[in-house]
Design a protein around this ligand. Structure first.
Ligand code: FES
Length: 289
């Protein structure tokens, strides 16, 4: 079975460089509004270990879909109106989380994301108007506006799915690492060839490994950033405490080198951490499990 021809224009959207000035302007706006690092981390989903935005979508989408069902049932105007209003209110933090993620994506993802967000903003506006009409007792126009909003939010949702699944925005880009590394201990590099207190990159087959050495103690992480595959071997080392960190050169995610845990997003998934040992002067690594 082939993809519906009707959906082919989305490929053109990915390459629509005409959207880039708008992308830049919106990105600047997002970065100036959502400034505190702790807020950015929460909206990215760092505390829950994966993107927050897809979870939050449940609230407005669920409320609006329920309202669309109730609009077919006589005598449910009040409940339907409350659901429409709840959807509008919950759409605001959902959009904030989405824009926060979007501001740290690749150009092609941002073009699709811009249209996704425009459709959802328009849908939310229609639902807000629908709520106002319902409050005024104009239920027919309230329902028409609601169904128009539902059509738009469905189109926006399709683009969101394309962004997440076809373009892998928000996915863990280092998920494949355990499937590429042979099981058991693997020789990686002679200890003496690894300078102390610097970021070093070595390869285990096709898998790049980030090394950090203090004396005989060696830490090793997957060097492919879980956010969008950025090269952590070219990142910046932050020392100064017990827990040295690496900053991804692409979007600034910060990971603890010892544990691979995310300190700051946009990454939400930790880096795979290798166990290490030194045998006859050779650093060996293995992935737990
Ligand atoms: S690739 Fe985006 S933070 Fe690393």
């Amino acid at each position: 079975m082939k993809r519906l021809p009707l959906l082919k224009p989305i490929d053109n959207l990915e390459d629509a460089a005409v959207l880039d000035p708008a992308v830049k302007a919106v990105q600047k706006g997002v970065e100036s509004v959502i400034r505190p690092q702790w807020l950015r981390d929460i909206l990215h989903g760092v505390p829950i270990g994966h993107a927050l935005h897809p979870l939050m979508i449940l609230a407005p989408a669920g409320a609006w879909l329920s309202a669309a069902g109730l609009d077919l049932v006589p005598g449910t105007e009040r409940a339907s109106r409350m659901l429409v209003g709840a959807g509008v209110i919950s759409a605001l933090p959902t959009a904030a989380a989405g824009f926060n993620d979007w501001s740290q994506l690749h150009a092609q993802q941002q073009r699709v994301g811009l249209v996704h967000s425009a459709a959802n903003i328009l849908a939310t506006t229609l639902y807000a108007a629908s709520y106002v009409q319902r409050r005024r007792g104009r239920h027919v126009s309230g329902k028409v506006l609601g169904y128009a909003g539902l059509a738009l939010v469905s189109g926006g949702g399709y683009l969101g799915g394309h962004l997440s699944y076809a373009m892998a925005a928000g996915a863990n880009h280092a998920e494949d690492v355990p499937h590429l590394v042979p099981s058991g201990w693997q020789p990686l590099a002679p200890l003496d060839d690894v300078p102390e207190r610097t970021l070093q990159q070595r390869y285990l087959g096709d898998v790049s490994v980030l090394l950090y050495r203090r004396g005989d103690r060696v830490s090793a992480l997957s060097a492919k950033c879980s956010h969008l595959s950025g090269p952590l071997g070219e990142g910046t080392l932050i020392e100064g405490g017990d827990d040295p960190c690496v900053v991804c050169p692409w979007h600034g995610s910060v990971f603890e080198i010892e544990t691979g845990e995310v300190v700051h997003g946009p990454a939400t998934a930790p880096q795979h951490r290798f166990r290490t040992r030194v045998v006859d002067g050779m650093i060996e690594v293995s992935l737990p499990g």
